[in-house]
Design a protein around this ligand. Structure first.
Ligand code: TYD
Length: 139
């Protein structure tokens, strides 16, 4: 499938769920219930030094939910035409990044955890790591 036509406007911030309790909250993400793809892989970024940036690539097919499981950070989305920055700072809020979007993550707060729910297993061939190549693919 050619995902090159997806834009930043296809990426949405989703309030996933929150089971509130005075003793603490639970957020549940469950395949076929409140996520629009099947989760095949979960990974998380942590111990990001102040001032560091992550990401800086796009995926041909992979889609993701990105969640600030702890702390906060910014996600910069870029479809080659439009750029958009989304700040994440709540564990019940996910950013749905559709395939074919350039993304970078920065402004990590100290101790923050970026949890990623991914639609595919790790595959280096699905990455576009060169921005010029990405923009050419979007044309
Ligand atoms: P990368 O996705 O480029 O990290 P980020 O976008 O957060 O900056 O991955 C960094 C390295 O980790 C790269 O060498 C590939 C490896 N990696 C895996 O082996 N499996 C994975 O699921 C992920 C996400 C990365």
């Amino acid at each position: 499938m050619n995902q090159s036509k997806n834009t930043v406007f296809d990426c949405r911030v989703v309030d996933v769920s929150k089971i509130h309790n005075n003793a603490g909250n639970i957020t549940v993400v469950e395949n076929n219930t409140n996520i629009p793809f099947n989760v095949k892989r979960i990974y998380y970024l942590y111990d990001v030094p102040g001032g560091e940036s992550r990401g800086g690539h796009a995926h041909y097919e992979l889609e993701q939910y990105i969640v600030a499981a702890s702390g906060s950070f910014d996600v910069l989305l870029d479809d080659g035409t439009t750029k958009k920055t989304i700040s994440l700072n709540r564990p019940n809020i996910a950013l749905h990044i559709v395939p074919g979007l350039w993304r970078a993550l920065d402004n990590f707060s100290s101790g923050s955890i970026c949890m990623v729910l991914a639609s595919e297993e790790y595959n280096e061939n699905d990455y576009i790591r060169n921005y010029e190549k990405y923009v050419a693919w979007k044309l």
